[in-house]
Design a protein around this ligand. Structure first.
Ligand code: C2E
Ligand code: MG
Ligand code: MG
Length: 571
């Protein structure tokens, strides 16, 4: 049946015609390897005419890509198994080497004796190239052709596995070009790309063959120096790279200059895994930038230990609001004329489960750095206003509530809305709220922040300048921006009775405020002597340990009831 079909299919078509049109190269040899037959595809690929090759042996196709053992193995397999298949590099008539997939089968006669070998060559060059291209793209940066982050990680991992046994030292250099953004912005991205390509090859030229440089980000590179014998080996390479990059770049008739900052970490001293080594080198690189760029810095493990603690601290501060571990203490403000409490300042405390009570001086900067100051500040204001109204409902006379406000809160576009909402929600009269701001707000040159403060003031909210005397103490903004109160900083008050200069400064701030129709509060009054010096000129209010430390809300009513006795003692 099958033979019928074959016969009818092959009608008028010779065996040779079929073989000639096959897309694979076909070569037939006798048992001792003399070539008897080749098809058209074979001739096209090898460049040989049939007459040039018939009678020769397949040795004519040999490339130097395989050794004698390889060919011996093929023939042995053929004799034993009757077939062989695998990849072979061959050479064509023009001398070019190409990769092929080769199938060799023996042909037997009716007696079972081998009479011929049939070689079938399939072109896998294109397929192989595509595979290579894909592999290259997956592991290299298309612009500089350098290994990418993935590659360097795998390379480093295999080195770490190996060096672990040999106890050798590896250096990781984290490079970041200085001022590269400027080049990109002013001369365009294609110019920037050219600079990157040239910078990459300059870095490469500073390394040994066994080292590796990879591009891991826009203008960031990582170099891995393996098997170094001392720290100074890596420092020498870093110096070489810095010098190479600082040479001018000549491109499109432009001369441009960049430099590079480098951080170096060492295995096994700074860490024994990739992440740690990269993190340390990266921080050292930032230090190099901070110190003026165009230099290298070595990793400092303590620097990152601090960063890790900071991260833990940051995470627990994030949770502090939900876990209700933030509380407010209140410190009374005393009227120097009536000796009555005229208000309170709300001061934040963090009752940390492990560290105990944390001072705001220790966590406000972190809250500012992380942006957490916005929700925390809102919580402070809402809690303080609510508390103030609750005391009044319990029979206390209306008193002001002073709340410390970070400059970042005022710069936040929702600030005005938040304050007004809190006043509305707590029903606290606006003129009982005093926002303690610092002079830094005037240095921000943000007209919208100043407008926000003006709008709040128009609603009746009071504004005071906290810590006056420690910052710029510029009199100019006091003239141009209306504030209600100046709080003289504790550092000016603490030696007022022993240092004439401090006394003179405090007195002139008080008279300046009087002349500008502002209220003055002296902070940090601890002794009767300090109080008496401040009483003489018209210092309106006093705040300090002399009267009370900041106290928890639950103790405030009790303190108020006993306050009169304290007052008497002072008069
Ligand atoms: P501040 O606003 O100048 O607050 C006054 C600080 O001086 C308070 O420190 C208070 O406990 C302390 N103090 C008051 N009287 C005396 C005294 O007689 N002697 C001494 N040695 N110290 C006195 P505290 O509570 O540690 O707050 C420190 C700073 O943290 C505050 O300085 C303020 O700048 C900031 N802060 C506190 N709470 C908040 C808040 O809710 N938000 C923001 N943004 N900052 C806050
Ligand atoms: Mg304050
Ligand atoms: Mg202060």
């Amino acid at each position: 049946m099958i033979s019928d079909i074959l016969e009818s299919t092959l009608e008028n078509v010779s065996f040779d015609q079929v073989i000639q049109q096959i897309k694979q190269g076909i070569m037939i040899t006798d048992t001792i390897g003399h070539i008897l037959y080749v098809n058209t595809t074979f001739c096209g690929v090898t460049g040989y005419e049939p007459k040039e090759i018939i009678g020769k042996t397949p040795d004519i196709l040999k490339s130097e890509m395989h050794d004698d053992d390889f060919y011996r193995f093929i023939w042995t397999t053929l004799y034993e198994d009757g077939y062989w298949q695998g990849e072979v590099y061959n050479r064509n008539k023009a001398g070019e080497i190409y990769l092929q997939w080769l199938d060799i089968n023996d042909m037997k006669n009716d007696q079972g004796e081998v009479t011929r070998y049939v070689f079938i060559f399939t072109d896998i060059q294109k397929h192989k190239q595509a595979q290579k291209d894909i592999a290259f793209l997956a592991y290299h940066d298309p612009l500089t052709k350098l290994p990418n982050r993935l590659y360097v990680h795998q390379h480093l991992q295999s080195l770490l596995n190996k060096e672990h046994e040999h106890q050798q030292m590896i250096a990781l250099l984290y490079l970041d070009l200085d001022r590269f953004k400027q080049i990109n912005d002013t001369l365009g991205h294609s110019y920037g790309d050219e600079v990157l390509i040239q910078a990459a090859s300059r870095v490469e030229s500073c390394l040994r063959k066994s080292d590796m440089v990879s591009r891991v980000g826009g203008d960031e590179f990582i170099c891995i120096l393996s098997g170094i014998s001392s720290q100074s080996d890596a420092e020498t390479v870093a110096q070489k790279i810095i010098k190479a990059i600082s040479q001018p770049f000549y491109l499109d008739n432009f001369e441009s200059h960049i430099s590079v900052s480098i951080g170096i970490s060492f295995y096994p001293y700074d860490g024994d895994d990739i992440e740690t080594l990269v993190t340390y080198a990266d921080s050292a690189m930032y230090r190099a930038k901070k110190m003026g760029s165009n230099q290298y810095q070595l990793a400092q493990v303590e620097e990152n230990a601090g960063a890790f603690e900071k991260l833990i601290f940051e995470n627990s501060l994030r949770n502090a609001l939900q876990e209700e571990t933030l509380t407010l203490h209140y410190q009374p403000l005393i009227d120097t004329k009536t000796h009555k409490v005229s208000g309170f300042e709300a001061l934040l405390r963090w009752e940390h489960p492990d560290f105990g009570t944390v001072s705001p001086m220790d966590f406000i900067p972190l809250a500012e750095e992380t942006g957490l100051i916005i929700p925390i500040g809102e919580w402070v204001m809402r809690t303080a206003c609510r508390q103030n109204m609750s005391w009044q409902r319990d029979g206390s006379p209306p008193t002001r509530m002073a709340v410390n406000i970070s400059t970042l809160q005022i710069l936040d576009s929702n600030f005005l809305k938040t304050v007004l909402e809190i006043l509305e929600e707590t029903k606290m009269p606006a003129d009982l709220l005093e926002l303690e701001i610092t002079e830094t707000i005037f240095m921000e040159e943000s007209s919208s922040a100043l407008l926000t403060l003006r709008q709040l003031r128009e609603k009746g909210v009071r504004i005071s300048i906290d810590d006056f005397g420690t910052g710029y103490s510029s009199l100019y903004y006091l003239k141009s921006f209306p504030v209600d109160t100046i709080k003289i900083d504790r550092t000016l008050i603490q030696d007022i009775n022993t240092n004439q200069k401090s006394e003179a400064i405090a007195h002139s701030v008080i008279s300046l405020a009087n002349n500008l129709n502002m209220k003055v509060i002296a902070e940090g009054v601890e002794t009767i002597e300090q109080l008496s010096i401040l009483r003489e000129p018209k210092c309106d209010e006093i705040q300090g340990f002399l009267f009370s430390k900041p106290i928890p809300s639950s103790n405030v009513m009790h303190w108020m009831e006993n306050n009169y006795v304290e007052e008497k003692r002072l008069i």
